[in-house]
Design a protein around this ligand. Sequence first.
Ligand code: NZQ
Ligand code: ZN
Length: 394
Amino acid sequence: MNNFKFKNETSIRFGKDRLETELYDAVSQFGNRVLLTFGGGSIKKSGLYDRVINLLSGLEVFELSDIEPNPKINSVRQGQKLVKEHDIDVILAVGGGSVIDASKVIASSKFYDKDPWELVKDSSKRFGINQLPIVDILTLSATGTEMNAGSVISNPETNQKLGTMGPNTPAVSFLDPQLTYSVSKWQTAAGSIDIFSHLTEQYFDTGASDVTLGMIEGLYRAVIKNTPSVLADPNNYDARAALMWSSTMALNGLVSVGTQNGWTVHPIEHELSAYYDITHGIGLGILTPRWMKHILSAETVPRFAQFGRHVWHLTGTDEVVANQAIQATFDWVKSLNVPTTLPGVEINDTTHFQKMAESAVLVGDLNHSAYVPLEVADVVSLFEQSMTNSGFVD
Ligand code: NZQ
Ligand code: ZN
């Protein structure tokens, strides 16, 4: 276990119907001028928008709407204009990861006079400046952004989708599982695969200790068990609650303490989203089993065997269990009724594979800091292997 520091200052307000009693104070403690940020309309459809507006009565509320999935830098630019023009005190982000991620960079951009894309390209610029506080109401279980300092922002002009870290996690996050009842089956599955992938990025790590591995195994089991329950019954409170808390716990920093934290599949997926604007979790579900197969070796087999025994309850020799665990991962993704190949998400040609692979290796530092280092040719091969289900029992 490597040395580590751990601190997370987000105040979590988990459970049913806390907004009525707590939202006003959570927001107004930072001032009266609020920027309400949200996405393409799901919160209007569900009634959450009206509820929030009523609860904020007495505060001065400005709005930034239409933040898209895979949030684009243009939304951040619009937000920057609003927070400066109206001298905003606090941002209330209502939505999934895309809304909250964009809001975090807008929170920095109030105190920055140049194009906020510069803040995304170079996170260090966000640390020398002030930040607006963020309060959020999470409506989709997936990213963990509700309790971490990360954001992922896309720039369609340059085909880039880049991660950026700010100095702060959200000040207050409201996690009411009931607000996820309306999430579609597609987004629910994608969200669960995203959680699964966050766990995988941290589990397959040379610095992961018994403490970390045990916590991750518990979270894996919760996600694997509760996702089908939610797909069968979207209003299953306990299953939605398990997914919501798994999302937060998988990426609030707790299970990465002491690890190398060298992620692999995320930087590769971000290239797919950057070029083809696909749903993040769906891309991860396609890539993950291929990546697992690609890195399975005498050296990694013990970790895969542990994964197979503790997560998938498999028995047998290390080698057998390791291989079955990878197939089980593929089967689980498939069982959620989402595509398992790139053509399944309309990526039918190999035109950009080389460029995407070069960028993934560079941005993700895959040839140095990954669990098993990957070169450009390895990543191209992963994309190629993702064109069909060959290699898996389908
Ligand atoms: O835009 P609206 O109308 O709100 O609809 C959204 C959107 O279309 C809809 N939705 C959200 N809550 C809903 C709902 N529909 C019905 N009922 C609800 N309660 O779902 C769609 C997807 O929303 P989005 O916010 O894009 O999903 P998610 O939370 O999965 O976020 C994905 C983004 O987060 C990034 C991803 O790369 C992607 O850009 N990530 C952020 C991370 C972080 N900050 O730590 C880590 C992750 O690895 C990830 O990369
Ligand atoms: Zn993710």
